[in-house]
Design a protein around this ligand. Sequence first.
Ligand code: HPA
Length: 246
Amino acid sequence: MSRLAIIGGTGLTQLADLKIIRHDSITTPYGSPSADFITGELNQKEVVFLARHGNPHSIAPHKINYRANIWGLKQLGVEHIIAVAAVGGITSEMVPAHIVIPDQIIDYSYGRKNTFFEDENDPVSHIDFSYPYSHALRSRLIHAAKKAGIPISPIGTYGCTQGPRLETSAEIKRMENDGCDLVGMTGMPEAALAKELGINYATICVIANWAAGKIEGEISMAEIEQNLHKGMANAVTLLKAFVEMM
Ligand code: HPA
């Protein structure tokens, strides 16, 4: 397999098992990426790692320079991205600490720089986005999960909200009516930008909590941390099984 990158989200700021080879600090026409790009070996396979929220975790979802991140990865010759993202669970199968490989997206974010084609001199470009995630990468992830014995949901619709606040219970009801299974804040425009540059992209979602209104009372940050701790350990095992198949 050609060059693979892993974008780590909340709960995965570092890949502890990555044997680091090189740090690349890249400036792009779109500004600075979230952090240095780290090239290293995971299970003897070379991968590039990027901490989406910076390292240490300091950049809120709406402040992330998605264009610089994706552009930088393209500069490094990356052709495939596995993004890891913490999400809230909306539908009944989406229980905390569970892993989902989503197949669809609904974008509720706004005001983000969401295209590389915005200059007057750029051609008008409408990428096909019928299937936002790479079918080939998703199939491999599903296969790797089976091999590693990690239970996952192999489909799901990811709704991307603007954040940084969590949603109201009415907003989650509306999202469920729309067909969303999961809610997160960073899936867009990341997926669309990867598609604009011709990079294959898939996401491992780790469920941190029941979405707003799905349980009595408030969403507890302590519970989120606990669920992410368990879920991210499985996500890393899945990533290792995935690279083993490369
Ligand atoms: N909503 C939005 N993003 C999230 C959530 C949530 O409940 N949990 C983790 N990321």
